[in-house]
Design a protein around this ligand. Structure first.
Ligand SMILES: [Zn+2]
Length: 460
């Protein structure tokens, strides 16, 4: 009689799989980002588990701890680098990942111990399994599976950078390790960021960049008064709504087939009183968010907004409220903006697409949507390298024919009851195996692909 958490035949089979076992061992370590020193030992333990698996899979392991360099987020962070060298390497591929997790939140909301690593109904359950311990386990196991073949005929260097500070400040994590690699003279040709990269279905998308994000506000002071005597007062909603209309009317056209254009969104508006229909409000405020391509910078966007309001397009100049635009105060939070990157798809994207096709029979779409990741550091430090992001589905994976309820409301990354489908874990390992093999077999292109921040993505 199998234990309660292994009821299904396929669960029992999958639990024997090396990828699932390693993912489970990693999930069982409560490695919350060590902002608080009490969490440092658990973060170290997660690296111990990965290092042991890496050594077993033929890697050499190097540990590095960094601290300081930030007035507030100076906590100590330990990192692990696993390295494999096969044949006479003429290519270097580097996987970027993290073993820290966001806290589980209220334990009582979980169906089970968030760090229990329960296997049931075709899923491995636990905080961090999707984001992104399952992906780390899949990559280590993939190299382990391919070890004999790579030893016999490979000519490639494979590196894995595993940090324990991605979910918070990321001051002493991936960026520092990449700098250390650069100082050693290492120059990876390609990076795989193992973050969740598709919404529901494994392999439906490969990320080839991420837009940057700039948040800011518009503030307008008016003069409050009786709505029937509008000539005596000044309604700030007039200037605010015209300002938003001007910014929404801008067509950026700075993306490409795989990468969305820069986009302005007013995300929250505040003014007036919904219980007082006869009062012109005294002030109005908008919160906005611009997601931007590498063609823009936070500075260029701030300048553009101020220019657009000072010198609006012709249609807005004709508007009766045009003179009120001078009352709009613009604030752009440049200090908290995150940088974009775009990596033109090349040999690595081709290798991963072919691997997905042969493993799952599906065609992956390349895209640059989603939030920011440590991929931005690789783009900054190695602007000639190709970068893709490929990992588990963000929402925890399509149910494996068992329980479909609760999908969307729980089970995804950073949600309660985080989980990963066992099929997805095993298939992701196969995809990584083939991606590395395909990349190793392909001839190195003469010129490196265009990539990196500050360079416009190729239009087309
Ligand atoms: Zn992550």
């Amino acid at each position: 009689m199998p234990p309660r958490d292994l009821q299904h035949k396929e669960d029992i089979d999958a639990a024997q799989d090396a990828t699932v076992k390693l993912a489970q061992a990693l999930v069982r370590v409560p490695s919350v980002t060590p902002i608080d020193a009490k969490d440092y030992p658990a973060a170290q333990k997660s690296l111990d588990v990965a290092a042991a698996a890496g050594l077993k899979a033929g890697a050499t392991a190097t540990r590095q701890a960094f601290e300081g360099d930030h007035p507030k987020w100076d906590y100590k962070v330990e990192n692990l680098v696993l390295e494999w060298s096969f044949g006479k390497p003429d290519k270097h591929i580097c996987y970027i990942g993290h073993l820290d997790v966001v806290p589980p939140g209220d334990d009582a909301k979980w169906s089970d111990d968030p760090y229990g690593g329960r296997i049931e109904d075709g899923y491995l359950h636990g905080r961090g399994v999707t984001d992104m311990k399952g992906s780390v386990a899949a990559f280590i196991s993939a190299i382990g599976e391919k070890l004999d073949e790579l030893k016999a005929s490979g000519n490639i260097k494979v590196t894995m950078i595993l940090t324990t500070d991605e979910e918070w400040a990321a001051v002493n994590g991936t960026e520092k390790v990449l700098k250390w690699m650069k100082d050693k003279g290492e120059e990876p040709d390609a990076f795989i960021v193992g973050e969740p990269s598709s919404q529901d279905t494994l392999g439906s998308h490969i990320k080839i960049g991420r837009r940057g994000s700039l948040v800011g506000t518009f503030n307008v002071k008016g003069v409050q008064g009786h709505a029937a005597y509008q000539e005596l007062f000044e309604n700030p909603n007039r200037a605010l709504s015209l300002a938003i209309a001007i910014l929404n009317s801008k067509a950026w056209n700075d993306g490409n087939a795989n990468f969305p254009d820069t986009n302005f969104e007013a995300v929250a508006l505040k003014s007036g009183d919904f219980n007082a229909s006869a009062i012109i409000p005294g002030e109005a405020q908008a919160l906005w968010n611009i997601r931007f391509t590498p063609s823009q910078t936070p500075e260029s966007l701030e300048t553009w907004i101020n220019d657009a309001l000072a010198n609006p397009p012709d249609w807005a100049k004709q508007h009766p409220d045009a003179a009120l635009l001078k009352d709009v105060t613009v604030k752009a939070n440049k200090d908290t903006a995150s940088a974009p990157y775009y990596s033109a798809p090349g040999m690595l994207a081709d290798s991963a697409k072919a691997a997905i096709k042969s493993t799952l029979g599906t065609d992956a779409k390349l895209d640059g949507s989603g939030g920011t990741t440590d991929g931005r550091f690789a783009a900054k430090l190695f602007p000639g390298a190709e970068i893709i992001e490929l990992g588990l589905p963000e929402r925890g994976g399509i149910p494996c024919g068992h329980k479909a309820q609760d999908y969307l409301s729980k089970g995804g990354m950073h949600q309660v009851d985080e989980r990963a489908s066992l099929d997805d874990l095993i298939n992701l390992r196969k995809i990584f195996e083939e991606t590395v093999s395909n990349y190793d077999r392909n001839k190195k292109p003469k010129a490196g692909p265009v990539a990196g921040p500050g360079r416009p993505p190729a239009l087309g």
